[in-house]
Design a protein around this ligand. Structure first.
Ligand SMILES: NC(=O)c1ccc[n+]([C@@H]2O[C@H](COP(=O)([O-])OP(=O)(O)OC[C@H]3O[C@@H](n4cnc5c(N)ncnc54)[C@H](OP(=O)(O)O)[C@@H]3O)[C@@H](O)[C@H]2O)c1
Length: 329
């Protein structure tokens, strides 16, 4: 009996190893020989204290960049700095407080940033949250916006707009925004941007309002590119893939138990944070993208437009105008 159990274990391990090998090939990897130099560049990463943001900060530190970790909790940001410093002594690491769920906090952050820096080479709009459908209780930001729309989209919308001057001063510069494959399941209801009337009928894990906010990220990046034509600032939106991070932190109840039981298998099949950061680095640094702007990327390459939702110009323009009104621009 033990022998057949052992055989099954070896078989499962073998199958998972092959699947992971195939997935790794598909995920692509960073080509350091084809990157613009990042030594001394000023790179701002939102939500850099954990997950993909922290892994991205580490990779930029290894490349000797000056990294600003824009985090809502400075204590967690400092812990990330200690973690990065255990791995490299290169680069500068600066922690600054930014809570994207408060437009006042975004304004304060940008004021402080601009008093210290007159340049910004790469802005990475990474921070994000998702409250799972089953524990969602129509949470709002400090300004009364639906929490996914407010944090994931409006916070980054205002942040980027208030940092355009330092981005222009460092042109050619880049704005990299983390969307998700979930953007394809999203919709933007212009009569109900805060999703007050929307029925919450998502899959067990993905909240439809998260998908809507990720569609907003993609539309924002597209419209930003149009508005910045001729300035030397390029914009890129991407899906990092399915990455093993703290992203499920808001899950509660039985789902946590189910996930922890299958977690060894999930870990085997999902990207590590470093693998998740690869497309972020590709969009931030690849020489291949010098003449591209407003497009979407995944797995260290262009995202085939036929395998995702088409982004409409008129939706991107309207969302920009409505967002500007909501944040008071
Ligand atoms: N993981 C995936 O499979 C996956 C897939 C597709 C797209 N993405 C996107 O990738 C990005 C990074 O995700 P991740 O997996 O690295 O998630 P994560 O580990 O949960 O990290 C999210 C980061 O966002 C920060 N954040 C949340 N709310 C914030 C707020 N109000 N103000 C400032 N920062 C805030 C968090 O700060 P705290 O630690 O203080 O909460 C944390 O630093 C997100 O935009 C996500 O939508 C992830």
């Amino acid at each position: 009996m033990w022998l057949s159990f052992l055989r099954y274990c070896i078989l499962i391990f073998g199958v998972l190893t092959v699947i992971r090998w195939v997935l790794r090939k598909k995920w692509g990897s960073v080509d350091k020989t084809n990157e613009i130099k990042s030594k001394g560049k000023i790179v701002l990463i939102t939500g850099a204290n954990t997950g993909i943001g922290k892994a991205t900060a580490l990779e930029f530190a290894k490349r000797d960049a000056n990294i600003i970790l824009a985090c809502r909790d400075l204590e967690k940001a400092r812990e990330a700095v200690v973690w990065i410093r255990q791995k490299t002594t290169l680069g500068q690491l600066i922690c600054m407080q930014l809570d994207l769920s408060s437009l006042q906090s975004v304004r304060n952050f940008c004021k402080e940033f601009r008093s210290k820096y007159d340049r910004l080479d790469i802005l990475i709009n990474n921070a994000g949250l998702m409250v799972p459908t089953y524990s969602y209780d129509r949470q709002k930001t400090a300004d009364g916006h639906e929490v996914h729309f407010g944090v994931n989209h409006l916070g980054h919308f205002l942040l980027t707009n208030l940092l355009l001057e330092p981005l222009k001063a460092s042109a050619p510069s880049r704005v990299v925004t983390l969307s998700s494959m979930a953007h394809s399941w999203g919709t933007i209801d212009f009569d109900d941007l805060n999703c007050e009337k929307t029925k919450i009928k998502g899959t067990l894990l993905i909240n439809p309002l998260y998908s809507n906010s990720k569609l907003a990220n993609a539309l924002f990046s597209k419209e930003l590119s149009k508005r910045l034509q001729g300035t030397g600032i390029r914009t890129y939106a991407l899906c990092p893939g399915m990455v093993m991070t703290d992203f499920g932190r808001n899950m509660k109840g039985p789902m946590i138990w189910v996930l922890s039981i299958i977690s060894p298998i999930i870990q085997f099949l999902l990207k590590s944070p470093k693998e998740g950061a690869a497309t972020v680095l590709y969009c931030s640094l690849s020489k291949n993208l010098i003449n591209e702007s407003g497009e979407m990327y995944q797995n260290c390459g262009k995202w085939d437009p036929n395998s995702r939702i088409q982004l409409k110009d008129e939706d991107a323009k309207r969302l920009w105008e409505e967002s500007a009104k909501l944040v008071g621009l």
